[in-house]
Ligand binder design. Structure first.
Ligand SMILES: [Zn+2]
Length: 398
């Protein structure tokens, strides 16, 4: 059962009605890039946009000052709990390259989608929640919100991300960070090199050993690192050295397998140099499990709005996002929509930051807002869609 065309038009009109303010919001956030957990201006402007339209905004959600939540005006439906769809906003920037991930557009599109969907949600017997989620770039704000139970009342979650092509189910990688500190024995590098044990040699051997193991990596695995401490002075055999690796894989199982290989390489390198290894691990993000029923619904609306999305495109790489963690808690989608032509620029490049405030980017944000609002409301209104989404969720690989 498709969404009632009248509701669809009403959603589109609601987005168009606030498009000027949405794009102003996008531009303000872009012009004042704020790093993870410091998005005070961005979250404040987003809250102002919502308050100005009569929505009550809860700040400081899940113990994070820059997180926020707004809900559509509640109603009462007899019997079962009303269905609830969440639309997620991000608004953090990157060091050095500003809004090179286009999160200003994610915030604007989410705000527009929420306002439009909230205007009809009660009429179809459901609820819409907007979540302002801080620190996607390495801080994992959504993980804090999961821990705080924010998603307990939510049935599906969605957001959009700017890209160089339209993809409905582009995967993202499970990730973690490994830090290896090596502790050796210092000695005079010229007078008594035989008396030392080089922590730096162990550090560099770790890179070489990992490179040797790449032949055993499955497709899609990424291991990339850098030396964070390369020694103390040129005439001292390095007593301390350290490196950090990001390990990524298409799913959690492969991530753990590769983590074991990388740790083994560090241990082997430490043995070879007779130094002590002190490893630490930081959990990253989980892989994105796209709910295909919801993604297809979004894709149909996107097509109706004049775009031609593909499901996936193996020619283009991917990263990691804390939306992946959300997708293991509730059925979720994280579609990617073009703000530039294919191959013109990609996330985290200066050119992508420039592209995030062009008319093409603005148009994509408006289209994303309409498609998300239509998808969210269709989910609330259509019991068959809810059943399909739930069945897929129950049958997913854990
Ligand atoms: Zn991003």
């Amino acid at each position: 059962m498709a969404l009632d065309p009248e509701i669809s038009s009403s959603i589109d009109r609601a987005v168009d009605g606030c498009a000027g303010d949405l794009l102003a919001l996008s531009r303000s956030i872009h012009a004042h890039p704020e790093l993870r957990f410091e998005e005070y201006k961005a979250s404040g402007w987003l809250a102002d946009f919502l308050s100005a339209r009569g929505h009550t905004v809860e700040r400081g959600v899940a113990g994070m000052q820059t997180a926020l939540r707004a809900k559509s005006p509640g109603g009462v439906t007899k019997g079962a709990r009303r269905p609830c769809a969440a639309i997620l906003a991000e608004y953090d920037a990157l060091p050095g390259v500003g809004h090179a991930c286009g999160h200003n557009l994610i915030a604007a599109a989410a705000a527009g989608a929420f306002v439009a969907a909230a205007s009809v949600a009660d009429a179809v017997g459901g609820d819409i929640v907007l979540l302002g989620t801080p620190a996607e770039e390495g801080g994992g704000g959504k993980i804090e919100m999961i821990k705080a139970g924010v998603f307990d009342e939510i049935d599906v979650a969605m957001m959009f991300h700017p890209f160089d092509r339209d993809l409905l189910m582009h995967p993202t990688l499970a990730s973690l960070w490994l830090v290896f500190e090596f502790h050796g024995k210092p000695s005079h590098a010229a007078a008594a090199p035989h008396a030392g044990a080089s922590a730096l040699t162990a550090c560099l051997d770790t890179f070489r050993l990992i490179d040797g193991q790449r032949v055993h990596f499955r497709d899609g695995v990424r291991v990339h690192g850098y030396v964070t401490n390369g020694g103390q002075a040129v005439n001292i055999i390095p007593e301390r050295a350290a490196c950090e690796f990001s390990v990524r894989a298409p799913n959690g199982k492969e991530l753990e397998r590769v983590r074991g290989i990388v740790e083994r390489c560090a241990r082997g390198a430490a043995i070879a140099s007779d130094v002590e290894l002190r490893p630490t691990v930081r959990q990253g993000y989980r892989d994105m499990v796209t709910n295909t029923a919801l993604a297809k619904c979004f894709g149909a609306h996107l097509t109706g709005l004049g775009r031609s999305p593909r499901d996936v495109d193996p020619r283009v790489g991917t990263g990691s996002t804390d939306m992946g963690d959300v997708s293991h808690v509730v059925p979720a989608i994280h579609p990617w929509l073009a703000i530039v032509g294919e191959g013109e620029a990609l996330c985290h490049e200066h050119r992508f930051a420039d592209a995030a405030v062009t008319p093409a980017a603005d148009q994509t944000a408006v289209v994303a807002a309409k498609a998300m609002a239509r998808t969210a409301v269709e989910f609330l209104a259509d019991v068959e869609l809810r059943a399909t989404v739930s069945a897929e969720w129950r049958d997913r690989e854990q």
